[in-house]
Write a protein that binds this ligand. Structure first.
Ligand SMILES: O=C(O)CCC(=O)C(=O)O
Ligand SMILES: [Fe+2]
Length: 265
C-alpha cells in the first residue's frame, strides 16, 4: 500500500498556481443560444453536445431561466450539500474561506465530489460575473484520456474499476471507491480529484492515478475558455474533469454551481 499525503496534493496545487500554467491562448468552444425556455432545437443541441463532448456552453443570461432549463434536462437540483440547502452554491472569492474553491487560486482538475460514493452526475456553472484577469474554465475529456490509459497500461486499467481501488480521506470522512466505473449505457465514467487530504492505494493503482494527474494537468490535453456573464457551463461530471486558472484577488468573479442526478458509484 502507498499513502499519498498532503505533499502529493499540495505539489499539484503549486503546479497549477505557477504563473506558467495560468497564461496562454484560450479556445473558443461553440455557444448554444437559448432564445426562450421552450426552444426545442436548443435542448436537442445541448443533449447531443453533452453526449458527444461531455459538456455544453450555453448563453441564457437569466439565472431563473437556467433553473427552468436545467430542470427540464435533469430534474430538480440536489440541495442538501449546499449552504442553506439552496439549489446552488456560490463560487466566489471569500476572506477566510472554508473551501478551496472559494479562493482566487487555480483549481486542480477534478470531478465534483469525486470522493464520495454519492456522485452528482451533471453540473451547471452559471457565470454572473467574470474575473478581469484569469479565472478561465479548464476541461479535460475522458474520451481522450481513457484511450491513453489503455495504451500505456493495457489490462492494468481494470484495477481502477475495483470498488476499493482507492481509500480516500476528505472533509466528509473516509471511504473506498473506484476511479473508473461503468454507467447504465455501458460507457465508462470517471471520479477523480487532486484536492484530497489523504489517499491509500496499491502501488499499481498509484501508477495509474499519477498518470491521470500528469495527463490532466498538461496544457496540451486541456480545453480552456472564459465564461462570460450570462453563460452557463453544463457538464456530465462522469465524462470530463474540470478546473480553473487563478484569478486576480480584487474583482468580483461569481459563479453559481448546481448539481443534478445523484448517482451511486
Ligand atoms: O471556479 C470554477 O471555475 C470552478 C468551480 C468548481 O470546480 C466547482 O465549484 O466545483
Ligand atoms: Fe468543481
Amino acid at each position: 500500500m502507498i499513502e499519498l499525503n498532503k505533499n502529493y496534493f499540495s505539489s499539484i496545487s503549486a503546479q497549477v498556481n505557477d504563473p506558467s500554467y495560468n497564461q496562454g491562448e484560450l479556445d473558443d468552444p461553440t455557444v448554444i443560444y437559448f432564445e426562450n425556455v421552450s426552444d426545442t432545437d436548443a435542448y436537442s443541441r445541448v443533449e447531443s453536445a453533452l453526449q458527444v463532448d461531455g459538456f455544453s456552453l450555453l448563453q441564457i443570461n437569466d439565472i431563473d431561466k437556467v433553473e427552468t432549463i436545467t430542470k427540464k434536462l435533469f430534474g430538480a437540483p440536489l440541495c442538501d450539500r449546499n449552504p442553506g440547502n439552496k439549489p446552488y452554491a456560490k463560487v466566489q472569492r471569500e476572506d477566510k474561506a472554508k473551501y478551496y474553491v472559494n479562493s482566487h487560486f487555480a483549481q486542480p482538475m477534478h470531478t465534483d465530489e469525486g470522493y464520495t460514493t454519492r456522485f452528482p452526475r451533471f453540473a451547471a456553472l452559471y457565470c454572473a460575473e467574470s474575473a478581469l484577469l484569469g479565472g478561465d474554465s479548464i476541461i479535460v475529456r475522458l474520451d481522450s484520456l481513457y484511450p491513453q490509459l489503455i495504451k500505456q497500461f493495457g489490462e492494468k486499467v481494470k484495477l481502477l474499476f475495483n470498488n476499493d481501488a482507492v481509500t480516500v480521506e476528505t472533509g466528509l470522512g473516509i471511504e473506498k471507491k473506484p476511479i473508473l466505473f461503468y454507467l447504465d449505457d455501458g460507457s465508462v465514467g470517471i471520479s477523480y480529484s487532486a484536492t484530497l487530504h489523504k489517499m491509500l492505494c496499491s502501488e499499481e493503482v498509484f501508477e495509474l492515478f499519477d498518470y491521470i494527474t500528469k495527463y490532466a494537468h498538461s496544457r496540451y490535453n486541456q480545453l480552456r475558455f472564459k465564461l462570460k456573464p450570462g453563460q452557463t457551463l453544463l457538464f456530465d461530471n462522469s465524462k470530463i474533469l474540470h478546473g480553473r486558472t487563478a484569478f486576480t484577488r480584487n474583482g468580483s468573479r461569481l459563479l453559481y454551481r448546481y448539481w443534478f442526478k445523484d448517482t451511486k458509484l
